[in-house]
Write a protein that binds this ligand. Structure first.
Ligand code: NAI
Ligand code: BUO
Length: 262
């Protein structure tokens, strides 16, 4: 159980990559963290929670498919039962697909939207309902992307979902500010995770280049000269989850090493 004043967080897509980095950082920040992912990722998820506990943090594992609103509602309910309350929700889970628009099917677009946009919507809505019931405000944080500021070629369906997250974040911020809830999104650039392994694989398959060529090509535009790490994103999400960001809401903030300048 948490101590009486310990803040709590849910992080979705926490079994690996950026979500894992965010969960580990929030635990180091002193929050009790519910790490959530698909049931098929349970083993990895347990590893993340055990690592947090070994480092002196408090973590609990839950599974939920974010595209299913009932599973997200259960995720919030079970988190509150285990940790006592909900202060921060990081809607991180997402998927990518690589296709030129002319080859993009509506089924593929539907699959992306169900996870990346409807999934974030489900998480925002469930988190807000719980935070409003608690009556003490909260922090809702969503995963956008540089692709929410400039559409990414060959990632058209993906870009559509991230632009949607940016708009959803703006509306949620306006409607829930009266409840003391801030709603913001993070917009990473090119992060060295399994998602970019997939993007590089699919892009090089299409171009016939050797593996790694797409990541290298896209990374050459990064002013700071290196591929982003999950810890870079987690450091910003730590700010968004803290009281220091109490006067920021409705923003989808670029943290990309210098790729897009808004
Ligand atoms: N990797 C990158 O370069 C960038 C990633 N992002 C966003 O950051 C977030 C995390 O990305 P990565 O860590 O790189 O991806 P990843 O593919 O390494 O991890 C994503 C996690 O989400 C989980 N997940 C997928 N579908 C789910 C569902 N329906 N319900 C619950 N969990 C689900 C996966 O099991 C996985 O553990 C995503 O929203 C992604 O769009 C944004 C900009 C750049
Ligand atoms: C995966 C992703 O958001 C980009 C732009 O790389």
């Amino acid at each position: 159980m948490t101590s009486t004043d310990q803040r709590t967080a849910i992080v979705t897509g926490a079994a690996r990559g950026i979500g894992k980095g965010i969960a580990e950082r929030l635990a180091r920040d002193g929050l009790a963290v519910a790490v959530a992912d698909l049931d098929s990722m349970r083993e990895e998820l347990n590893g993340v929670a055990q690592g947090i506990e070994r480092s002196g943090g408090l973590a609990t594992t839950l599974t939920a498919d974010v595209s299913d609103p009932e599973q997200v509602n259960t995720l919030v309910r079970d988190t509150v039962q285990r940790l006592g309350r909900l202060d921060v929700f990081v809607a991180n889970a997402g998927i990518a697909a690589v296709d030129p628009l002319l080859d993009t099917t509506l089924d593929e677009l539907d699959r992306l939207v169900r996870v990346n946009l409807y999934g974030v919507f489900n998480c925002y809505q469930a988190a807000a309902r719980q935070m409003i019931e608690q009556g003490t405000g909260g922090k809702i944080i969503g995963a956008a992307s540089i692709a929410a500021h400039k559409g990414f070629e060959m990632l058209g369906g993906y870009s559509v979902t991230k632009w949607g997250v940016r708009g959803l974040t703006q509306v949620a911020a306006q409607e829930w500010a009266r409840h003391g809830i801030t709603v913001n999104a993070y917009c990473p650039g090119i992060v060295g995770t399994a998602m970019w392994d997939l993007i590089d694989e699919k892009m090089t398959q299409r171009t016939g280049e050797e593996r790694g060529a797409a990541m290298k090509r896209f990374s050459e535009s990064i002013a700071l000269g290196r591929v982003e790490r999950p810890e870079d994103v987690a450091a910003f999400v730590s700010y968004l989850a803290s009281r220091d960001s109490d006067y920021m809401t409705g923003q989808s903030v670029l943290i990309d090493g210098g790729i897009i300048y808004s």
